[in-house]
Design a protein around this ligand. Structure first.
Ligand code: SAM
Length: 292
């Protein structure tokens, strides 16, 4: 087996050889601990028939571990300066494709069709650039990219929000949007010391697994998320007040909102943070005809 990229000594050697300097604005915090990498990969349950999508390979620390366990890895890297580095570090692997593109601009379903046709399953595995964690996750989920799971490193605070249960401080529209599609659990908490440079925040690896069925049947998913977002605009306010100011740009009629609550027997004086996804689904369906 090849020598790991992610040891502190080898990483330093690679960075020096290529004269690479980190760009903070691209969320460049590279992993320098092979144990953490092995641990991340073990949570992805890869087989030699799995296709992996990686976001932000950096110098290839995680990519090579994925290439050893999966059939093929397709990795999106926005920073052009890393292309010659990756060509060098990943030269022993013939099952890796690097795409020099902002993942947020990518045609993910097109790539999946082109690169992974006939594969058993597709998993996203990444040490994400933290400044775009949520847009990246939502692009995969809202775009209905046919993935089995995501195993992704992010800021711990975001992982806490995604996995939060009702009636906790961290619970909000992000918890609802992600948990509508995926089961979410924190796989491990990761200290700052395993990165170079060290980030300012604590990190966590989150595992998201696609649900067989959404937890509630809704008329319109976008409208469910709109109602959820609107219900948390001011956390201390009641659902009625929040929805009145968020639906139809604040022009929603109070009476009509109250009628929707009455139809489903829900108290409009509750706060958004107390509602389960199932209850948000019911509420969104009741509001849909008048406020879509
Ligand atoms: N995977 C490497 C590791 O674990 O050492 C690097 C992870 S680093 C946290 C994030 C990587 O994402 C960087 O290489 C950065 O250049 C890249 N990146 C940042 N924004 C991106 C975007 N919008 N699309 C694709 N890659 C991006």
């Amino acid at each position: 087996m090849n020598k790991d990229i992610a040891t502190p000594a080898r990483t330093k050697e690679i960075l020096e050889k290529h004269g690479f300097s980190f760009k903070k604005s691209l969320g460049q915090n590279f992993l320098i601990d092979p144990n953490i990498l092995r641990n991340i990969v073990s949570h992805a349950d890869l087989t030699d028939r799995t296709g992996v999508i990686e976001v932000g390979p950096g110098i290839g620390a995680l990519t090579e571990h994925l290439a050893r366990s999966a059939k093929k890895v397709v990795a999106f890297e926005i920073d052009q300066r890393l292309l010659p580095v990756l060509e060098d570090t990943l030269s022993p692997y013939n099952n890796v494709e690097i795409i020099n593109q902002d993942v947020l601009e990518a045609d993910l379903n097109g790539i999946v069709e082109e690169q992974f046709s006939g594969f058993d399953d597709i998993v996203v595995v990444a040490n994400l650039p933290y400044y775009v964690t949520t847009p990246i996750i939502m692009k995969f989920l809202l775009g209905k990219v046919p993935i089995r799971a995501m195993v992704i490193m992010m800021q711990k605070e975001v992982a806490d929000r995604i996995t939060a249960s009702p009636s906790t401080k961290a619970y909000g529209s992000l918890s609802i949007a992600v948990q509508y599609y995926m089961d979410a659990e924190v796989s491990m908490i990761v200290p700052k010391t395993v990165f170079i440079p060290q980030p300012n925040v604590e990190s966590a690896v989150l595992k998201l697994t696609k649900k067989a069925e959404p937890p509630v049947e809704v008329i319109d998913e976008d409208f469910l998320f709109k109602v959820a977002r609107g219900s948390f605009v001011q956390r201390r306010k009641t659902l009625l007040n929040n929805l009145q100011s968020s639906l139809q740009n604040g022009k929603a009629k109070k009476e009509q909102i109250l009628q929707a609550f009455e139809r489903i027997g829900m108290d409009p004086g509750r706060r958004g943070e107390t509602l389960s996804i199932e209850e948000f689904g019911k509420l969104a369906n009741a509001l849909y005809a008048d406020f879509k």
